[in-house]
Design a protein around this ligand. Structure first.
Ligand code: AMP
Ligand code: MG
Length: 271
């Protein structure tokens, strides 16, 4: 599938209303996408092994989205294809007092994936221009400078061999209502029900505007943003898997050369 249509053009103004969270172009239903998804998951496993073996580059996947948009689900169903040994997942929560005593990128930079690894950010430095802006945790003169910081920071990572892809899991307000209700009603899901999320929902439009600015101002050639239609979980998984396959396939991954004259090594009897 071609995911170009979901990529935000650098320098563009984003209108989220123009992106349909129900859209499933290319596939009729979950059944229809099943083989392609399985194929992508197999590719991800093989590509990751090369990334790890090569050990010179890293992949950073940034996951953002409103509550219930499926960040955890994408990690489970797509990143689950990777060998856990080569993956480093970081969930960014409300900053601790130690984190708050530093600049906002301090905790982010520490979590950047080392060479050979896939790093997954469940939320990220983008919270510092999203919740910080909407909940007024810092004044505009503070957060408005951050788009530029972020672009420069991501450029530095990219120049250091970290390939970056950023995914905004786009759901509708109606779909969020369904998912929050399901969380409230289902015993196995109630642990995820956080009354604080209802406050963010009440500020839905403000968050959508904040996302539009973050997506538009930080869509760069070195760290592209994708708007992933996420009302259908199967389609979300399909798109996320394709973005990751494309990113890894674009990285010139090769196994490192074997030791010289490998075939001349005799395996000795165990001593
Ligand atoms: P969850 O992803 O459901 O575990 O929730 C994590 C919470 O931490 C969300 O409400 C985020 O908005 C919040 N959070 C993450 N990063 C920041 C930040 N830099 N400043 C304030 N709140 C944050
Ligand atoms: Mg939550």
């Amino acid at each position: 599938m071609n995911v170009k249509r979901f990529q935000v053009k650098p320098g563009s103004t984003v209108h989220l209303e123009a992106f349909d969270p129900d859209a499933t172009p290319g596939f009729k239903d979950k059944q229809d996408a099943a083989d392609d998804l399985a194929g992508n998951l197999a590719k991800l496993a093989a590509l990751q092994e090369k990334l790890y073996a090569q050990g010179t580059q890293a992949l950073l996947v940034v996951l953002q989205g409103m509550d219930t948009s499926g960040k955890d689900g994408a990690i489970e169903h797509v990143m689950g294809a990777f060998n856990p040994q080569g993956v480093q997942i970081t969930a960014f929560k409300v900053p601790t007092s130690e984190e708050l005593a530093h600049d906002y990128l301090w905790r982010i930079h520490k979590a950047a994936p080392p060479r050979g690894m896939v790093g997954i950010f469940n939320r990220s430095h983008y919270e510092d221009v999203l919740v910080v802006r909407v909940a007024k945790l810092a004044p505009k003169k503070v957060w408005s400078k951050r788009f530029e910081h972020i672009n420069e920071f991501e450029k530095m990572l990219s120049d250091s061999g970290v390939r970056i892809v950023k995914l905004f899991l786009h759901i509708s307000a109606e779909e969020q209502a369904r998912r929050l209700t399901e969380r409230r009603e289902t015993p196995e899901k109630q642990w995820k029900f956080n009354p604080g999320d209802l406050k963010a929902r009440a500020q839905w439009s403000l968050y959508q505007r904040a996302y539009e600015d973050a997506l538009g101002r930080c869509a760069t050639p070195w760290a592209p943003w994708f708007v992933v239609p996420s009302n259908r979980k199967w389609y979300r998984n399909m798109v996320v898997s394709q973005v990751l396959v494309d990113a890894l396939e674009g990285m010139d991954l090769e196994f490192p050369p074997a030791v010289e004259n490998i075939s001349t090594f005799e395996i000795p009897p165990a001593g």
